[in-house]
Design a protein around this ligand. Sequence first.
Ligand SMILES: Nc1ncnc2c1ncn2[C@@H]1O[C@H](COP(=O)(O)OP(=O)(O)OP(=O)(O)O)[C@@H](O)[C@H]1O
Ligand SMILES: [Mg+2]
Length: 236
Amino acid sequence: MSVEGYLDISVIAPRIQGDRGADRGFIGGRSGSGKSFLARRLLTVYGISKSHPKEFFGNLFIIDPNGNFDYPVDGTFETVDEVRLDPKARALRYIPKPDQYTGEKWNELWEKLLTYKHPLMTYVDETRAMEPVFGRRIFERGNQLNAYLTRGRARGKAAILGAQRPVTIPRDIIGQSEWYYIFDLPLEDDRQTVAGTMGEFSADGERIRDRAQLKRFEFWFKGPDLEFPVRAQIVK
Ligand SMILES: Nc1ncnc2c1ncn2[C@@H]1O[C@H](COP(=O)(O)OP(=O)(O)OP(=O)(O)O)[C@@H](O)[C@H]1O
Ligand SMILES: [Mg+2]
């Protein structure tokens, strides 16, 4: 499958308001494998113009912990307190300051995103940065990342999560996705993690765990209507 242009991209892009509610996508791959390149293309399908297709209608919120995800935005925040979502801003970005990396701060951020009144796509360029909010940690108001990923579905809160090392992301987070984009993963434990969630074999019977299967910039794609992953590449 080679993906070119808007129509193709919209075929592989998670929906904000679709039949299933709001979707989740997971992008995995080593540094330089093509994750952010793909994400930039995926994000082009979302918009807030009146005539925009409903399934892709919504604001974009980009969480860019490393501050290296180039993308045209209408504003950038550095602390959770500053974050103000705005229905009229197509895309906003959050590059957290070092003191914003506590579990409480991440939890407050996800609560803000979940309680926003309008449809929203949240993209996280490196999910591992949110480690303090992972797992069974108890927060007074509940774990808002988990709440976003579960209850957000019915509230028009979509997400695309990127990660260099899938094994460092809890399975229950990866397993929330109905869209997977898996690039080159040099380490066996990462390939094992993704094979454990998207399946052991591609539609053509190739082993997902076999690193040699993917050429440069190729990825395994699996969407909600596919039983098995297929090989894909963004060619333009
Ligand atoms: N399909 C593609 N066709 C051509 N060039 C590509 C493609 N995908 C990625 N690239 C190029 O490869 C380089 C690395 O890609 P990218 O920035 O997406 O990596 P990454 O997986 O996000 O890495 P990191 O985890 O370090 O952020 C970039 O210069 C990008 O333009
Ligand atoms: Mg990147």
